[in-house]
Design a protein around this ligand. Structure first.
Ligand code: NAI
Length: 344
């Protein structure tokens, strides 16, 4: 079956890693027509025009996109294009599976936790203003609707993927109204899923627990900002942002993207690691029901890491992006026929 998928290569190393991922998916035999939409310049930087941009129109038509990182200025400039895209397309759930990748040195082994982050509100609403010179105010928006929606998504995800336990992470002891509403909304949903164990943890304790003993966690459910921070913390436990994928899921469309940035320090040097975008593409293939191809690429990637001869520098090797890509493609060709035929 032929799929048409929007590709936003992104800035910086985005071009390098997205080309690598396209080559690997083609080598796996998946028939994808990539509708390329260069976000820079095509997504108008003014939020009011984002819906009319060719990139957003393409994603609305195709329903699925693969996206490289987009640069955002710090402490100045327009709002993040990443955040604009998530808002414009109502991609309310950010899903980040965090798992060890064989062959990657990390603080822990056998970590396997999925973070579900509410993606549309909280302090990320970006509603800030200057009250008087020298005093600014940022609004933390939490609604019952969005909290209930993300809770339902998380519990359904747990059922679909055989997960057993969800920890809701909050600071409702201090932000009694906002985080309090988040928690009470989740509790109501949790009652409808007696098969999934439900627990709560305060964010500061949760960070410490995650660093001390990540194995106790199966799924975490968080508001936008806590989710942003804790998912990077979790990634750090398994080797960093270069080896974890992510999906931004809405009712209508989904965007899969690597969680790292544009890596300006290594752009153009041919040493970027495509693994995170490739793992996001594997999530994407499962989303579009190309499960056999997803399994095959995952196995090929696993082999390359286990052998360790063609790894990029960020994970301790000497290979460049091209050499790594070729190694994954060669490994794809070596996959047993039962995997290649999709019977595993
Ligand atoms: P970054 O993730 O780009 O880089 C942090 C460090 O990790 C750098 O040393 C970089 O070389 C390394 N690194 C990242 N990805 C790598 C890869 N695939 N292979 C090898 N090494 C890799 O984070 P930074 O420097 O904070 O952000 C740079 C820009 O990216 C900013 O403009 C930021 O706003 C943007 N950004 C975009 C994201 C997105 O589009 N989802 C997410 C995070 C940052």
């Amino acid at each position: 079956m032929r799929h048409t998928i929007t590709l936003i290569p992104g800035d910086g190393i985005g071009l390098e890693v997205s080309q690598s991922v396209q080559e690997i998916i083609t080598a796996a035999g998946v028939d994808i027509h990539w509708e390329e939409a260069s976000a820079r310049g095509q997504i108008d930087r003014r939020a009011t025009d984002v819906m009319q941009s060719p990139a957003v129109q393409s994603i609305l038509k195709n329903r699925v996109a693969l996206k490289g990182p987009l640069a955002t200025a710090v402490a100045t400039g327009p709002p993040s294009l990443n955040v604009q895209l998530r808002k414009a397309l109502d991609l309310f759930a950010n899903v980040r599976p965090v798992k060890n990748l064989a062959g990657v040195t990390s603080r822990y082994q056998d970590v396997n936790v999925v973070l579900i982050r509410e993606n549309t509100e909280d302090l990320y609403a970006g509603l800030e203003h200057e009250v008087v010179p020298g005093v600014v105010e940022s609004l933390k928006i939490i609604t019952e609707r969005a909290s209930t929606r993300i809770a339902r998504f998380a519990f359904e995800y747990a059922r679909t993927w055989g997960r057993r336990r969800i920890h809701a992470i909050h600071k409702a002891n201090i932000m009694k109204m906002s985080d309090g509403l988040f928690l009470t909304s989740i509790r109501k949903v949790a009652e409808q899923y007696p098969d999934i164990e439900y627990k709560e943890l305060i964010i500061d304790n949760a960070c410490m627990q995650m660093v001390l003993n990540p194995h106790q966690f199966d799924m975490l459910l968080l508001t936008n900002l806590y989710g942003d921070i804790m998912s990077d913390l979790a990634a750090g436990l398994v080797g960093g942002l270069g080896v974890v994928p992510s999906g931004n899921i809405g009712d209508q469309v989904a965007i899969f993207e690597a969680v790292h940035g544009t890596a300006p320090d290594i752009t153009g040097k041919g040493i970027a690691n495509p693994t995170a975008l490739l793992m996001s593409a594997i999530m994407m293939l499962r989303h579009i029901r190309e499960r056999d191809a997803a399994q095959m690429i995952e196995s090929a990637l696993h082999e390359v890491y286990v052998r360790g001869a063609h790894l990029t520098r960020d994970v301790g090797g000497n290979a460049g992006t091209r050499e790594f890509t070729q190694a994954v493609i060669a490994s794809l060709k070596e996959q047993p026929s039962n995997v290649r035929a999709g019977t595993r």
